[in-house]
Design a protein around this ligand. Structure first.
Ligand code: COA
Length: 596
């Protein structure tokens, strides 16, 4: 399957070399057989044989800065706040919703999710939900650590509030009584006032968390030499979540700028330092109505994040604010401002982090686009999988921009398995290449014969999705398992993993993910390689929402150009379907494989 996935993406000579390596690897009694045996033994001893390997490879070993490169964001609908107080009311209500949701997690009353879409009906592993609020990604010199606090721990009874780059502790339990919404609002008002006080202002330490992971680990080692810094870090590392109260950014408030503010805060001159990027759940409430979350990705996937944030959005609109009705805690202590001890060396580190964040901000090329010509209902009517169809459209757009196809990542949920995260649907198939070539190079007007390329491609893709990626038989996790177990056995890295084709197979120039929502919001993230695109899409009944990112520094990419090609391709694909339908009757179309 690996050879099939890569054959058309590398040069013929290279492919022949890879083929020989793969055949040798798979010989009876060869390295592959030994590693497979060891992997099977591992699967007997672990709940999920790939989980730890995957977590380290995908996240903890990665050294790039979290903003843009790793942390996804969820952009909430733009709010219309009358004034600062109004935004604080929203924030207090949001935190009340968070506490209600966390209570559901702690008391294990969250209903089990069941798979929807293809192969619907299977129960899904819920473990990711239990890591929403009790985790923290600690930077390390070579590898980060995902710290997991015991659920419901009494050490975790506070949130951190960031305001004007200052960090405050908001205790949620005072005198053994839980704070009510109006108490939270009172505390937030105090925090905003304290943040105004310039005499007590602390340096913007949150910037350090926006840096490369090794740089941040080194800086943290310097910080913890002082007990004041050690204590501040300990409090942050145990919090439930971070609430960032942002000042107006001064940017025009469109979808793209809101998404940028979520991903990187607009750099140190805007809100980029008013963050703590290591914390998995970080809510942003801007005075100008720009709201959402930016998340450290290692504990959970976008789908779990959607479930949590949709609950919160429904809570916000469905449950009236309980201001004034509940008895509040009468004497609320003043929230503590976190203090930092700085030295000239630490000042230099902060400056360096600020500069690197600024570079990232300048480099990110983002375009959020709503394709309104049709949505997933039209695609379903053609008896095609909307997800497969969109993936083909992405391939077409890429081909039109770059004249080739490249290794493509599409996350496929494997929550059907205990501790399952994702595997990869490699949608740059040979059928996709044939289709995009026919659509682009043959130059003929759209014809029914083009459709004969489209259907097998989409069915081929659906087949891979259903029968391999989401049922745990994808190749990416398997190859990763074989590679890592070889390392554990201290074997020399097998040639299959040093081969040029394997390297190319892991450079995801197109990194895509479907993150559908049922309420008005959208997800976005950055590219995973310097010359790549990040493309998150949200198929709705009558429209398709795309957030496309790339880096200005690459001459091979441009988000606006990609969006334009995508738009045109989607329209052409619709025309093709329509044209074909004039020639065919619906019943002649092949059945949906997941439905048989
Ligand atoms: N004809 C008609 N309808 C079809 C069809 C066909 N040939 N193929 C699929 N459909 C229908 C499905 O039944 C489904 O119907 P519903 O809307 O009533 O539920 C709908 O079209 C959507 O199906 P499809 O587009 O094929 O995708 P999916 O919902 O099965 O999703 C994946 C496919 C791979 C995206 C999904 O399995 C997955 O893994 N999602 C998680 C991704 C993830 O983790 N993202 C976050 C990463 S951080």
């Amino acid at each position: 399957m690996y050879l099939n996935c890569m054959k058309h993406l590398v040069k013929e000579e290279q492919y022949q070399k890879t083929k020989a390596i793969v055949v040798k690897f798979g010989e009876p009694g060869g390295t592959g057989e030994l590693l497979q045996k060891k992997l099977l033994e591992r699967s007997e001893k672990t709940y999920n044989w790939v989980y730890d390997y995957w977590l380290e490879d995908m996240y903890l070993n990665q050294r790039l800065a979290l903003p843009v490169n790793s942390n996804p964001a969820m952009v909430f609908p733009k709010q219309n706040f009358k004034d600062r107080k109004d935004s604080l009311r929203f924030a207090a209500h949001l935190i009340t919703g968070v506490l209600e949701y966390k209570e559901r997690i702690d008391t294990r009353v969250l209903p089990v999710d069941f798979a929807r879409g293809q192969l619907a009906g299977t129960p899904l592993c819920m473990k990711q939900y239990y890591r929403l609020f009790n985790t923290y990604r600690l930077p390390g010199h070579k590898r980060d650590t995902l710290i997991i606090h015991k659920p419901g721990s009494t050490e975790q009874e506070h949130i951190i509030v960031a305001c004007k780059n200052q960090f405050f502790v908001l205790d949620l339990v005072v005198n053994k009584k839980k704070l009510k919404e109006m108490d939270i609002l009172t505390q937030l008002e105090k925090i905003v006032k304290m943040a105004e006080n310039s005499e007590e202002r602390q340096p913007p330490f949150g910037l350090l968390t926006s840096d490369g992971r090794t740089e941040w680990a080194q800086a943290r080692e310097v910080l913890i030499k002082d007990s004041v810094n050690r204590e501040s870090l300990a409090v942050i590392e145990k919090c439930l979540c971070v609430l960032c109260l942002d000042n107006p950014s001064g940017m025009e408030v469109g979808d793209t700028s809101r998404a940028l503010l979520m991903l990187h805060g607009g750099g140190h001159e805007k809100m980029g330092a008013n963050r703590w990027y290591d914390k998995p759940m970080q809510f942003i409430v801007g005075e100008d109505g720009v709201c959402g979350t930016v998340c450290e990705h290692s504990p959970f996937e976008g789908i779990v994040l959607v479930a949590c944030t949709e609950y919160l959005m429904k809570f916000m609109t469905g449950s009236p604010s309980k201001m004034g009705r509940a008895t509040s805690v009468s004497e609320l202590p003043t929230p503590a401002r976190l203090l930092w001890k700085t030295t000239p060396h630490i000042q230099d580190l902060l400056k360096a982090s600020a500069e690197r964040l600024q570079r990232l901000v300048r480099d990110l090329d983002m375009d959020v686009h709503k394709f309104e010509v049709y949505g997933k209902e039209f695609i379903k009517k053609q008896k095609m999988s909307p997800d497969a169809y969109i993936q083909v459209a992405l391939q077409l757009a890429f081909y039109r921009c770059n004249g080739r196809l490249v290794s493509t990542y599409e996350s496929a949920s494997i929550r059907r398995f205990h501790e399952g995260r994702v595997d990869n649907i490699r949608s740059a198939t040979s059928e996709a290449l044939a289709f995009v070539k026919a659509m682009t190079d043959e130059k003929a007007s759209l014809s029914v014969s083009h459709f004969s390329y489209l259907v097998p491609q989409i069915l081929g893709y659906s087949h891979y999705t259903v029968h391999h990626a989401i049922t745990g038989l994808g190749i990416d996790n398997h190859l990763l398992g074989l590679r890592e177990i070889a390392q554990e056995l201290k074997m020399e890295r097998p040639e299959i993993f040093t081969d040029e084709t394997y390297v190319a197979s892991n450079q995801f120039i197109l990194s895509t993910s479907q993150v559908p929502t049922t309420v008005e919001m959208f997800c976005c993230y950055g590219p995973v390689v310097p010359n790549g695109y990040g493309c998150c899409y949200n198929p709705q009944s009558d429209h398709l929402l795309f957030s496309v990112t790339s880096f200005h520094g690459s001459t091979e990419t441009c988000s606006a150009v990609f969006i334009k090609a995508l738009d045109e391709g989607l329209v052409e694909m619709r025309d093709l379907c329509r044209k074909t339908y004039d020639g065919f009757s619906h019943t002649q179309l092949p059945p949906h494989p997941g439905m048989s």
